[in-house]
Ligand binder design. Structure first.
Ligand code: BGP
Length: 477
């Protein structure tokens, strides 16, 4: 039996433009939804401000200045042996307001330079078109993805960059963690995924489905168009994949967990199968929801199925039917209870490597298409020792345990997995908290929440560890 990862396995790392680039208004870039989000503390939601205010701290404005430092950072990725690097294109560098016809050449040039630098080292760019970065102007002017007009703006943006980089980028994803907006216990997701604040709405859930419909249609159009621009393109979807376990073997718990999984599967089902599943149509009918669709949408969805499933995996959740009405915070899914069989990170994210193998198997069985783990990682506070070293054994432990399970999924279960890009391969601004102190990187960035730090980069212990993993194609554990 084959006992190894495939030879061409895409080992790498992942970030998103807004969490690393900084330079939020450099070279003509416009403000995105994240540029008007204040920084936050643990367990406190980030505040959405009405435009950029002079008295507010916006961590993404400077981030880690990858915009000014990408050559040095990519040299470090190359030293680790990265085969690929996942980042996003900031829509607002290309179209500062989102509804222009002519793109901003400075923005296009930046990504040309970035991709050239990656390719110089043989690192394949893996590009997300929309990672919580829609132009803020589209929110103010059109209500974000509530408006069908945004489909055309997004398709125009995607067409512009896919044509420009057709010889440089092969792997694309349309929307990052598109399913996150289903999580109402964390309203920020609705805002960043789609520019919508659902709370103000009469029927927030119906609005969410409407908004998502527009995104799914936009994604399908872009997939079709992308394949016309370059038939070699591999265009994926991206699902925030948290497997939901039944808390007990009580039949009601099992059924409830299964139904809760639809919060992920609905999105990937449409992306991968090109049609809405019957369970959602039944739910809409039962709840009296009406989702506006154009007669052509059915055909569009069918013609724009994704080539692979991109997924993020950080944790699992256990739910109990008797606890249905309860939900707590970001990880508190309806009915969730702490799983006594797994530990949690300082941020309450339950650490469950076996859940990764389980998830890969579920997705593989459901779609029979390649999978790509485009995020996985351990957010933690790192300590710099007196000699400058950072001994992040906890991070190595987390990643190693997940890579072991991932390998079992490939080797023992026959899952078609094409790559693995741990999240925040270089420290960056946390999405949920807006902090620097929640770090994921193999590379430490000397920047802190009180504004101090010179942004210098240094290697953590995990840097050499990951280098060894890549060098040995996952055999060195
Ligand atoms: C995912 C997002 C990323 C990233 C990651 C870690 O939901 O796609 O953008 O930030 O989670 O989350 P955090 O930074 O909040 O720890």
């Amino acid at each position: 039996m084959n006992n190894a990862f495939p030879k061409n396995f895409l080992w790498g790392g992942a970030v998103a433009a807004h969490q690393v680039e900084g330079g939020w208004n450099r070279d003509g870039k416009g403000p995105s939804v994240v540029d008007v989000l204040s920084g936050g503390a643990v367990d406190k939601d980030r505040i959405i401000t009405d435009g950029v205010k002079s008295d507010t701290f916006y961590p993404n404005h400077e981030a880690i200045d990858f915009h000014g430092n990408f050559k040095e950072d990519i040299a470090l990725f190359a030293e680790m042996g990265f085969k690929c690097f996942r980042t996003s294109i900031a829509w607002t560098r290309i179209f500062p307001q989102g509804d222009e016809i002519e793109p901003n050449e400075f923005g296009l040039q930046f990504y040309d330079d970035l991709f050239d630098e990656l390719l110089k080292y043989g690192i394949e760019p893996v590009i997300t078109l929309s990672h919580f970065e829609m132009p803020n102007h589209l929110v103010k002017e059109y209500g974000g993805w509530r408006s069908r007009k945004v489909i055309d703006f997004f398709v125009h943006y995607a067409e512009t960059v896919m044509k420009r980089y057709k010889g440089k980028v092969k792997y694309w994803m349309t929307f990052n963690e598109i399913n996150n907006q289903k999580n109402y216990s964390y309203p920020l997701f609705g805002y960043t995924c789609s520019g919508v604040v659902f709370n103000d709405d009469d029927k927030p859930e119906q609005t969410m489905y409407q908004v998502v419909h527009h995104q799914l249609v936009a994604s399908a159009k872009v997939v079709k168009l992308g394949h016309q621009i370059n038939p070699a393109f591999k265009i994926g979807c991206m699902i925030g994949f948290i497997p939901i376990y039944p808390y007990s073997c009580a039949p009601d718990d099992i059924l409830f967990a299964n139904q809760s999984m639809r919060d992920r599967f609905l999105f990937s089902d449409v992306h991968m199968r090109g049609e809405y599943p019957s369970y959602i149509e039944a739910e809409w009918a039962a709840k009296g929801y009406h989702i506006e669709m154009d007669p052509s949408d059915k055909q569009t969805l069918k013609e724009g199925c994704c080539d692979y499933v991109g997924l993020s995996y950080y944790m699992s959740v256990a739910v109990s039917a008797t606890n249905k009405g309860e939900s707590k915070g970001l990880t508190g899914f309806p009915g969730s209870l702490p799983n006594p069989h797994v530990k949690a990170s300082d941020w309450g994210w339950q650490i469950d490597p076996v859940g990764l193998r389980y998830s890969l198997n579920m997705l593989h069985e459901r779609y029979q298409k390649p999978l790509f783990i485009v995020e996985n990682g351990f957010g933690a506070v790192d300590t710099v020792e007196a000699d400058g070293s950072i001994n992040d054994d906890y991070r190595i432990g987390y990643l190693e345990a997940h890579i072991r399970e991932m390998k079992k999924a490939v080797v023992e279960d026959g899952v078609d997995l094409i790559g693995y890009t741990p999240w925040g391969c270089i420290d960056c601004v946390s999405f949920t908290t807006g902090e620097y102190k929640k770090r994921y990187g193999f590379i430490y960035v000397n920047k802190h929440d009180d504004g101090s730090g010179d942004m210098s980069r240094s290697k953590k212990k995990s840097f050499d560890w990951y280098k060894g993993i890549i060098e040995s194609n996952g055999e060195s554990m």
